[in-house]
Structure formats: C-alpha cells, structure tokens
Design a protein around this ligand. Structure first.
Ligand code: ATP
Ligand code: AH0
Length: 409
C-alpha cells in the first residue's frame, strides 16, 4: 500500500475564510416579510402525524444508473428503511445522457425523448424495487438527471418526465426539487443535508457526512440541535477519475482503487489542480459535474494511467481537506457515503489527511449505496407537508425553503 503524504506545497486553509455561519432554521424562522416558499404546490392530504411509504429515486452524476430506495417517514423522522436497488443504465441510454450534458433546453425531439425514456427507466426501477414487497408506496421522490447546474444564472436542469412517471406508476411524484432554491438565489445543491441531519439524530456531534459520488459534498452537523448545519460541494469526487480511467482503459471506474494504488501522485500537478478559485470560495457552494473538466484536462495530460489515477484520487481527497477548513468546528468523525467509499485508495488518503476518524456510513448502520435515493424520498414527504428542504446553511437559501412540485397520476 502506498502512503500519500499531504503535499507540502498545499495549504489546508483556503484563501478566503467563510463568513460567520448562520444557523439553519425551520420554516417558522423565516423572516415575517419573507415571501412564501414557492415551489411546493401540494398541501398535506393526510394526518401530518402519520407516516408515508415513500420511494426515492436518484440518477447521480456518475451516470452508473438509477438508485431506488423505500423508506417510511413523516418527513421529520425516519420510521423505517426498506429495500434499495440500483438499476444500471445500459450503454445506449448512458451515452444519450452524456451527449445531453450541458443542455438547458429539452424542448426538442431528443430532449423530450430523453425525458420520456428516463421516466420509463425510473418506473422500471420502482417496479424492480417493489418486486416481492407487498406494499404500494404513497409517494415517489424523483430527482431526475442533472444536465446543467448554474446557480448564478438561477438555472439548474434535471431531465426526466415526472408527469409521465406519475402516470406510469399511478402514484403521486414529487420532482423539481432544486428549482425553488435556485430561483430564490440559493445554490440548489446539495439537498441531501436535511436527510443527513434526520439520520444523525442521536449521534455524537459535530459530525461530517461526506458523499463521494461523481461530485463530492459534505454536510457538517453541529451540536446545537437538528438545524445546526453547513453543507457544500467540496469539489470533484469520482467523476474526473472515472473519465480518466474510461479514456485510457475503457473501464468505467478505478475498481477498488487498483490503478491509483499502483501509481504515484504527481505532487506538482496536484498543487496546480488545487489552484482553482472554487476552493477559495466561501460555503455554501455547489458545482456542475463538468466545472473542473477543462482545468483538469490541461494539467493531467501526459501522465501514465496509474499516475493520473493516483493524482486525481489525491485531488478528490485534497478537496475534502480544503473543505474541512471551512467547517465551523472540527467534526468528531467523518462518515463517508457514495461510491467513493468503496475505493480504498481514496478512503486511506482521507484517513491520513483528515484530523478525525474516517469510516463508511455503514459504521453507524446506514446504507451508503441507498442514502441519496432515501434522501429524495424524505424530501418528497417534506414537500407534501410543506416543510423546508433547503436552508441558509445548506444552499445559501435566503430562508428555509420548501421545494418540489407534486405531479398527480
Ligand atoms: N469498488 C469500487 N471501487 C472504486 N470506485 C468505486 C467502486 N464502487 C463505486 N465506485 C465509484 O463510485 C462511483 C459511483 O458513486 P455514486 O453512485 O455515489 O455516484 P453518483 O450518485 O452517481 O454521483 P453524485 O453523488 O455526484 O450524484 C463510481 O462511478 C465509481 O467511481
Ligand atoms: C446539481 C446536482 O445534481 N448536484 C448533485 C451532484 O452530486 C453530488 C453533489 O453534486 C450534490 O451537490 C448533488 O447531489 C446530491 C444528491 C445532493 O443534492 O445532495
């Protein structure tokens, strides 16, 4: 096993300090003159104290497939966690998705076809999830697939025809979960923190929940109750590494970190990789999957496939270390979710570079492959109850905002 020292030329402190953190509040904490949260069109249709069975659906930036998970929740507490599956994309649909990245207008034929085919594939994921489970969900939370994310332009685009999904399943579907936040000037991402906070009730804090997907994001959960949150995307996660490996080997990922572990981190290039204005920005902040592509391509070109994998793995870890410097207080531990936790090269590097224990979320009984899908189920329930899903501390929302639209079957 190689040891990757934290590069000497890299500062752990970002160029700019974060502003004083504002605690996250509930809807009731919104200023009196705040306009009503705009996105939720639904009103609760049953006793708010009752729980719902909700399916959550996530198609993540790594484009590996659709995660589906069932939970029981009232939108505040998690009464139960049920089965979860991943329905991988076939190569054709994945290639179509990839070809549409960056698109903001889906009104043409291929845009509509993609929305329809994504909805049908998500319906298939729900049916697969429920095979053998003698339950009918009350609600579905549907993220869709992000094609473009540009919060300063108040634009975030997720493909997937939610109305069609609702008709296919005969179940109300909550979608458009990022829209209200972005429209109000928030980052529109990350959204999972509200679920991380609900899951973490009862755990010792401060705690950091780190998701390493195509992009990586962290949720810091403070000791001052369930609303004490700070969240942001730390930087690229597995995305650039996946792309690098695909380009050089035709494989979709660096399985078990084998390439990275056989390579050597090019420290000089790592320092250049980390010389990006994103790391100096205050949190909350978020990324489009492609935001680092041009920056990275110019720096890693010419490396061997193994050294490139080692250097890009180190970059994902270094971005987390930079993010750690933005946290209000050091977390007692880091719980890692998302596919990156399966990569020992990344996990070992994080464990060496962070100043607190690092463990996969399974250490506290969560399922790191299902967690994002569960989060969208939880948000769907919150939408129905008009409870906020984003907060000043998680997306920079001006006040706690309800998010999502309900599509009836
Ligand atoms: N055994 C493994 N070894 C190395 N990497 C792995 C392994 N399993 C999964 N991964 C990585 O995890 C990625 C998938 O992670 P995940 O499903 O959390 O991403 P995502 O949800 O699509 O992304 P995001 O959270 O950005 O939306 C794969 O593309 C791969 O890079
Ligand atoms: C715009 C968008 O789709 N962002 C994703 C992406 O993937 C990880 C990270 O970047 C996170 O900010 C977000 O997804 C998770 C599910 C979230 O919103 O919490």
């Amino acid at each position: 096993m190689i040891m990757i020292p934290f590069p000497k030329g890299l500062s752990r402190t970002p160029a700019r300090r974060p502003p004083a953190r504002r605690p996250v509040g509930r809807a009731a904490d919104a200023p009196r003159d705040a306009p009503p949260a705009t996105a939720a069109s639904a009103t609760p249709d049953r006793d708010p104290a009752a729980t719902w069975l909700v399916v959550g659906l996530m198609s993540g930036t790594s484009m590996d497939g659709i995660d589906a998970a069932l939970i029981e929740t009232d939108g505040e507490m998690i009464a139960g966690r049920g089965p979860a599956i991943t329905l991988p994309y076939d190569d054709t649909l994945r290639a179509r998705l990839r070809a549409m990245l960056g698109r903001t207008d889906l009104g043409d034929d291929e845009g509509r076809r993609l929305g329809r085919d994504l909805a049908l594939r998500h319906a298939q994921a729900v049916r697969t999830l429920l095979t053998g489970a003698a339950v009918t969900p009350d609600l579905v939370g549907f993220h869709g697939h992000t094609l473009w994310h540009d919060p300063p332009a108040r634009l975030t685009v997720q493909a997937g025809d939610a109305a069609l999904l609702a008709r296919e399943l005969g179940i109300p579907v909550v979608a458009d979960l990022r829209q209200a936040d972005v429209a109000a000037g928030g980052e529109g991402a990350p959204l999972a923190p509200v679920y991380h906070a609900a899951l973490a009730a009862g755990l010792e804090r401060p705690l950091a929940v780190l998701n390493v997907g195509g992009v990586a994001n962290v949720t810091w959960i403070g000791a001052d109750g369930p609303d004490d949150l700070l969240a942001f995307d730390t930087g690229p996660g597995n995305g650039p590494l996946d792309d690098w490996v695909a380009r050089h080997t035709g494989e979709s990922r660096d399985t078990d970190g084998r390439l990275a572990l056989s390579g050597r981190v090019d420290e000089a290039r790592l320092i250049r990789l980390m010389d990006h204005p994103y790391f100096g920005r205050a949190a909350p902040k978020s990324l489009d999957r492609g935001d680092f592509d041009a920056h990275i391509a110019g720096i890693v070109a010419g490396l061997s496939v193994a050294d490139g994998a080692a250097t890009l793995t180190a970059m994902a870890a270094a971005a987390v270390v930079q993010g750690a410097a933005l946290l209000p207080r050091p977390p007692l531990r880091w719980l890692v979710t998302g596919g990156g936790r399966h990569n020992p090269a990344l996990m070992d590097t994080l464990a060496r570079w962070l100043d607190a224990p690092v463990a996969p979320v399974e250490a506290v009984g969560w399922d790191g492959d299902a967690l994002e899908a569960q989060a969208f189920a939880f948000m769907a329930a919150r939408c129905r109850r008009r409870l906020p899903i984003t907060f000043p501390g998680t997306t920079g929302a001006p006040w706690p905002l309800v998010g999502g639209q309900v599509y009836q079957p």
